[in-house]
Design a protein around this ligand. Sequence first.
Ligand code: PGA
Length: 236
Amino acid sequence: MKLLRGGPIDEWAGTVARLFIERLKARRDLRVCLPTGLTPVPIYDLVAAAVTRGEVSFARAEVFLLDEFGGVDADDPGRCDQMLDRFLLSRVDLPRERLHRFDLDGDLPDMCRASEAAVGRGCDLPLPGIGTNGHVGMNEPGTAGDSLTRRVTLAPETIAASARYFSHDRLPTWGVTMGLGTLRRSGEIWIMASGAGKASIVRETLSGPMTDAVPATQLRDHPSALLIADDGAAGV
Ligand code: PGA
């Protein structure tokens, strides 16, 4: 895993957006796995603006949602699919049938198997964020490196952090996430990190022991893993 220092947050967002747009231009049918949360918001703004200007298009791309909160109303603005829609998809030209979300209403094991089959050989490019406990998606501490898409129990710190996304206090306690094994099948993995609050987990991810106690360390030996950090997260 290499570290790419993106500079101050605005520059960092510009760098990630530019790299993402380059990949989309080079391969119009790019299969990307996208996160929600606060980290990608400034990046999605820049990517959406580039689509509006006609510089790049999602018309032939395929988007896989990284994870989803369980036990939350379908139209709750804190749901991952709602956030992705608000911050990016409602502003770009991705045909709806090219979005893969998680339908949590039916049989979950069946849905997870179908999701793994849809990912197939792997996405071209996931851009997950990282939690302060080292989770990637909802792969919490204790997750095996070969884990697949499944229902998970959220760590207490993840539940507490989710309060930033919800306007009420009925916070989710579980979710469905792509596994670390699902992500490891990808051609490249870019982990995004911004803000000084992520500096210590960024350091641990890059140079601490590889352990399931810090899930992101289990992506370190992927041949094309990049951690893209702004000055705050890089500890500059
Ligand atoms: P954040 O969440 O982008 O809101 O900090 C990242 C994560 O928990 O994966």
